[in-house]
Write a protein that binds this ligand. Structure first.
Ligand code: NAD
Length: 304
């Protein structure tokens, strides 16, 4: 049973995940390059350290929740990173929950497995569910790496999420995450285009949504996260696309899908089309708006 958990990356997601680890009774040590956020945690009685290396020395498990591949690489292999030095006490388990490409995950996992005498194990465990799910401890973790390490990590994951799915070997959690977000990006585009065309053909978006949701066009974007303002309450489209999952994060995840597809020689017309549209949404000033604002791309900025 692990008790001492290190956590690196206390941003929108990480800060909330740490709160849930603390609530669940884990002894948490944190680090972030942002000193203000570290101060916030020390004031709450959580121990903070100056470097990832120091966090590693105090922890049986270290979780990272960082913006992108280069940050994760840096925290693992950089100066004073998690793998710094030779003879330090090592955590037994390293869990990366950042959304990064599976190739980088596998490279880091290999570096971890080549490391010194007390071999730590690495899991990739990115999450689905945004800030609200991080706050409510209802995230879904998609996990790649050795299965026994996954089973050992479950009590920790379950303190921050509702579901965890074992996806296979190293990198498979990252692969699952970017494939899920690709499906979500493309289905949001398809739903938005259909709803925009329907309106141009004289149908109300509410009526067409009723049809889609009781027919074969139904999907998460139509029945849980409808992109047309006024059709559904409590979703970003009903509050000028504020909150939710920012277009710039969707653009980032599509870039990961494109890079991963290229690396394995997979041709995908839809990845590049989706990339093009989300990139344009960001360039047009919607980068912090929820990604369902792509509806505007198809409906010329007019609402229902
Ligand atoms: P964020 O930008 O809010 O937080 C990242 C944190 O990492 C920041 O506090 C930053 O200071 C810290 N950081 C950056 N470089 C560092 C370094 N070298 N050492 C230590 N700390 C460092 O990002 P977020 O929204 O919390 O997302 C984190 C990850 O989760 C991303 O990969 C994102 O794609 C993924 N994700 C986000 C959401 C969401 O809705 N925000 C949902 C699912 C997955």
């Amino acid at each position: 049973q692990f008790q001492n958990v290190g956590f690196i990356g206390l941003g929108n997601m990480g800060s909330r995940m740490v709160n849930n680890l603390v609530k669940a009774g884990f002894n948490v040590t944190v680090h972030d390059i942002n000193r203000d956020v570290m101060k916030m945690f020390t004031e709450m009685g959580v121990s903070a350290r100056e470097t990832p290396y120091e966090v590693a020395q105090d922890s049986q498990v270290v979780i990272t929740m960082l913006p992108s591949s280069s940050h994760v690489m840096d925290v693992y292999t950089g100066t004073n990173g998690l793998l710094h030095g030779d003879n330090a006490i090592r955590p037994a388990l390293l869990i990366d929950s950042s959304t990064i490409d599976p190739q980088t995950t596998r490279k880091i996992s290999l570096a971890v497995s080549h490391y010194n005498w007390e071999k730590p194990v690495m899991l990739d465990a990115p999450v689905s569910g945004g800030v609200l799910a991080a706050e409510a401890a209802t995230l879904t973790f998609m996990v790649g790496g050795p299965k026994d390490a996954y089973l050992a990590a479950r009590p920790i994951l379950e303190s921050m999420g509702r579901t965890s799915i074992y996806c296979g070997g190293s990198g498979n959690g990252s692969a699952a995450k970017i494939c899920n977000n690709l499906a979500m990006a493309v289905s949001m585009l398809g739903t938005s285009e259909a709803l925009a065309l329907g309106q141009s053909l004289g149908l109300s978006a509410t009526t067409l949504t009723d049809v889609l949701n009781t027919s074969s066009g139904r999907c998460w974007s139509s029945d849980k996260y409808n992109p047309v303002p006024g059709v559904m309450e409590g979703v970003p489209s009903s509050r000028d696309y504020d909150g939710g999952f920012a277009s710039k994060l969707m653009a980032k995840d599509l870039n990961l899908a494109a890079a991963s597809a290229e690396e394995v020689g997979h041709k995908s017309a839809l990845i590049s089309k989706a990339q093009e549209i989300y990139k344009k949404m960001c360039e047009d000033g919607h980068e912090t708006k929820d990604f369902s604002c792509v509806f505007r791309h198809f409906y010329n900025g007019k609402d229902e």
